[in-house]
Design a binder for this molecule. Structure first.
Ligand code: NFE
Ligand code: MG
Length: 568
């Protein structure tokens, strides 16, 4: 007899995600469904509008990755127009994207998913001095001292004794799948609180350049609306740029000495989780961070890898790459839209067709993207694979560093690359990517300083729209993975708009050939110790950093309930 569990909603994510799993007699997941439970249809709202204003709408896809749907949208229109954009505009956009990615990755690990692995209540039993010793043996993070650890534990005690656990309420404390010693738990709680402070500096960078955050105001088709001048007081000047550099220093210190150490150190206690959550091992990543106006050079590599095998790597070198542009399609066969066939995004449609949750029929608002008819995982795990296969220096160095920490803490000398292809490996990959992104943030800041020093203050080239039909794609490697906005323009008005978003790739329903998607595949075989507290489902799904608002663009209130689970 199999047991069915419905977790709805999965929390500590953006948006409404429902996960259903069937558990077999061995207590393992044998069937799974990922279902997006909301839809807004922003693509349809865009039809007939001015392409120059699309970014203000698309940015509202999401309240988490706000900046990126603005920048990717203007990139799509610029691609359709073949419009060259000034270097300063690319650099400012690159800085915003890198800062945003860091904020996103830090918050995802510490605030949205660490409590799947860290038992906050157990931290009360830790010895603060031993905790400090342990933390200092791992890295040079400046807030690992014994007084800090003692203060955090006191704060936690007050919190717990007040009976008001706040963000830590209803966690699965004491669950048999929680394995960290009290000292590691206390270290993680300390860094959780410190991360709340540090992440603000990434947001400040976005706000300084973008006017505000969330939802930046400074992009335009053709460039950016920031005025740049060395010394004028009310524009982007040297004083503002030096302020940003100070924030980069703070982010660099935290990412390299806390985040990049904590994840492999915690992972070392959960090596069993390198055996679960593998999922779809086709990995797609696109090049990003253009460093010239002709769009020939990119700091972050792109490519496609099949079956987790680096030797199959096929490079995607730039945004004009036909291999990428031709390979993407989306099917709605199992999603609540009309049409079964996988369509290229220029031809994509978004016509709702709601049914109930049908196990073998339609069950989600999230379409199923494919790359040459294959399902692919996107996101940090794909980025790390593509980074390694392409010989990217940062990805290689930081992956080796993470593996060294795991080996040292676990005293296990054999950690193969395939260990990354797992639930816990996805977290390690995100921490590795954070290291790459903090270096990227600094390099783009330096490039902007150097370019402004030459006297170049250009930020905008005005677009002109031809009569007739044109089309273009905006490409970005977002925090959760490959993002592309596809626009068809006719007589200067939007004729079609499709966003194929990272969480659509990963959370998508079964496809036109009934193949399951990455979330669904990653849940197969996961052990479920207690069906009433399916912590393991949360662990695996959270490892992708789901964002449902992005991926679907109503809430179904009439689902059948089998087991209702309140997740933290
Ligand atoms: Ni709403 Fe997003 C990212 C995009 S979703 S967070 O990263 O695009 O996948
Ligand atoms: Mg359908």
């Amino acid at each position: 007899m199999s047991t069915r569990i419905t977790v709805d909603p999965i929390t500590r994510i953006e948006g409404h995600l429902r996960i259903d799993v069937e558990i077999n007699d061995e207590g393992k997941v044998s069937k799974s469904w990922s279902s997006g439970q909301m839809w807004r249809g922003i693509e349809n709202i865009l039809i007939g509008r001015d392409p120059k204003e699309a970014w203000t709408y698309t940015q509202r896809f999401c309240g988490v990755c706000t900046t990126i749907h603005a920048i990717t949208s203007v990139r799509a229109v610029e691609d359709a127009l073949n419009l060259e954009v000034p270097l300063n505009a690319h650099l400012v956009r690159n800085i915003i994207q890198a800062a945003h990615a860091l904020q996103d990755h830090i918050v995802h690990f510490y605030h949205l998913s660490a409590v799947d692995w860290v038992d906050v209540v157990s931290a009360l039993d830790a010895d603060p001095v031993a905790t400090s010793k342990l933390a200092e043996s791992l890295s040079g993070w400046s807030l690992n001292g014994p007084h800090e650890m003692k203060a955090v534990q006191e704060r936690l005690k007050t919190f717990v004794s007040s009976g008001q656990l706040g963000p830590f309420a209803s966690g699965y404390w004491g669950h048999p799948a929680m394995k960290l010693p009290p000292e590691v738990n206390l270290m993680a709680v300390a860094h959780y609180l410190q991360a709340l402070d540090v992440q603000q500096y990434a947001n400040k960078i976005v706000a300084i350049l973008g006017g505000k955050t969330p939802h930046i105001q400074n992009v335009a088709v053709g460039g950016i609306s920031n005025s740049i001048s060395h010394d004028a007081p009310s524009v982007l000047n040297i004083e503002r740029l030096m302020l940003i550099e100070g924030f980069i220093d703070k982010l660099d210190h935290f990412v390299k000495t806390a985040y990049m150490t904590d994840v492999p150190a915690i992972g070392a206690f959960y090596l069993d989780w390198t055996g679960y959550g593998k999922g779809i091992t086709n990995y797609l990543s696109v090049p990003d961070c253009p460093t010239d106006t002709k769009l020939l050079n990119f700091e972050l590599p792109g490519g496609y890898i099949k079956n987790g095998d680096l030797s199959t790597f096929k490079s995607i070198d730039d945004w004009s790459n036909e291999y990428f542009r031709k390979g993407v399609a989306e099917s709605s066969k199992h999603a609540w839209y009309e049409g079964d066939e996988a369509l290229h995004p220029y031809k994509g449609t978004t016509n709702p067709q709601y049914t109930d949750f049908q196990d073998d029929g339609q069950y989600s608002w999230i379409k199923a993207p494919t790359f040459y008819n294959e399902r692919a995982e996107v996101g940090p795990l794909a980025d790390v694979h593509v980074g390694l296969a392409s010989g990217h220096k940062g990805y290689t160095e930081y992956t080796n560093q993470a593996v060294d920490v795991i080996k040292a803490v676990s005293k296990n000398p054999a950690i193969p690359l395939s260990a990354l292809q797992s639930t816990i490996g996805r977290h390690a990959a995100r921490a590795i990517r954070a290291g790459v992104m903090v270096d990227n943030l600094r390099s783009q800041w330096q490039a902007l300083m150097d370019n402004v020093a030459t006297g170049d203050e250009d930020t905008f080239n005005a677009p002109e729209f031809p009569k007739g039909e044109i089309s273009g794609v905006g490409i970005h490697q977002a925090p959760r993975g490959t993002l592309s906005h596809w626009i068809v323009i006719e007589d200067a008005k939007i004729k079609n708009y499709q966003a194929v978003v990272p969480s659509t790739w990963n959370a998508g329903a079964r496809d036109a050939n009934d193949q399951i998607g990455p979330y669904e595949a990653s849940l197969m075989g996961n052990p479920i110790a207690d069906p009433e507290k399916p912590l393991e489902v949360l662990r695996t799904v959270h490892s992708f950093d789901p964002c449902i608002a992005c991926s679907i663009h109503l809430v179904d209130t009439e689902q059948k309930e089998i087991v209702k689970v309140k997740a933290l």
